[in-house]
Design a protein around this ligand. Structure first.
Ligand SMILES: [Zn+2]
Ligand SMILES: [Zn+2]
Length: 321
């Protein structure tokens, strides 16, 4: 993610800012990728702190307009958790926009979001026919860490969920093209194999012993759909880590230059080379504060080939080329 120029004074603005340091209201214009000092603000600004501009007074911004269902406000903390979930969504939607997905120039379908709070039963996250369902209750750190531990995952965040579920939606968009499915099946396997049975087997028996040779995560080994979503999420993680790193004025010996734009980099090997150089070092920095690794995955040769496949389709998909 870039950082931004303050339109009304000195200093830098960060993606989630609602005001400048001295309290002047500002809003993010997702088309211009810049902050502006004037309305129309998103209709969700007061309610959940959305800082994007709207196309008209009283309207929702481009991101909030994709949310068709909001959580039941009677469920404790649902609105606060929804607010945090929408922050993660805006971040990922803006990332995807760097490759022109879901922006005005993208003629395809945009995702529809169902943002649900867990009531008596947990909300199952997932995607079907363009609809992404997210459990906003995972914004609660206790819920998230409990599930992360139970599922033996090294990384689980709301932004990670967004990248994973939007990846399923992007697969669906790409699957409508004639040239995608055969190439996908060659790389990831046949996604027409029984999904429910495959997931059940994964939960019953665990991943194959040698999964790390072929998959980025153990969950990716469950089914080609999950392999695609996990690989796509990882590509988004690595690209955005590199972008945020360069934007912050930091450098590593691998960096092609301080003007390098990871979202414009066509060569996956170069992107992965720079990004893994960054994460190796930032993982070390995080350990100095007792924090989890920034990016806790090992990239096998097979995983890198899959990353290159996803990268190619992310870069050209929204254009219909
Ligand atoms: Zn909004
Ligand atoms: Zn999934």
């Amino acid at each position: 993610m870039k950082n931004f120029t303050n339109p009304v004074g000195a200093g830098t603005l960060w993606f989630h800012n609602l005001t400048t340091a001295d309290g002047t209201p500002v809003a993010y214009d997702p088309q211009a990728r810049a902050f502006v000092p004037m309305p129309p603000f998103c209709a969700n600004r007061e309610r959940i702190g959305c800082n994007w501009i709207a196309p008209a007074e009283g309207a929702f911004c481009r991101s909030c307009a994709m949310t068709a269902l909001a959580p039941d406000p009677e469920i404790p903390n649902a609105i606060d958790h929804w607010a945090e979930t929408e922050m993660a969504k805006r971040w990922v939607i803006d990332n995807q926009g760097r490759w022109h997905w879901f922006r005005p120039e993208d003629p395809g379908t945009r995702p529809t979001f169902h943002m649900l709070a867990d009531g008596h039963t947990p909300t199952a996250m997932g995607h079907g026919d363009g609809v992404v369902t997210i459990s906003v209750s995972e914004a609660d750190p206790v819920v998230r860490v409990t599930r992360r531990t139970a599922l033996e995952e090294p990384y689980r965040t709301m932004i990670g969920h967004m990248r994973h579920e939007i990846a399923h939606m992007l697969w669906w968009r790409l699957s409508l093209r004639e040239d995608f499915l055969a190439a996908f099946r060659e790389m990831f396997g046949d996604e027409r194999t029984d999904y429910t049975a495959a997931l059940q087997k994964h939960y019953d028996q665990g991943p194959p012993a040698d999964w790390e040779l072929f998959y980025l995560t153990s969950y990716a080994s469950a089914h080609p759909h999950e392999d695609w979503a996990e690989t796509t999420a990882s590509l988004l993680h690595l690209t955005d880590i590199a972008d945020s790193f360069v934007t912050s004025g930091l450098a590593t010996p691998e960096l092609p230059g301080n003007q390098w734009d990871p979202y414009s980099e066509p060569d996956t090997a170069s992107l992965v080379y720079v990004a893994t150089g960054i994460v190796t070092r930032v993982n070390h920095i995080n350990r100095s504060m007792g924090l989890s690794d920034l990016y806790p995955y090992i990239l096998s040769e097979t995983a890198q080939r899959k990353l290159a496949f996803v990268h190619d389709w992310m870069r050209r998909g929204a254009q219909g080329r």
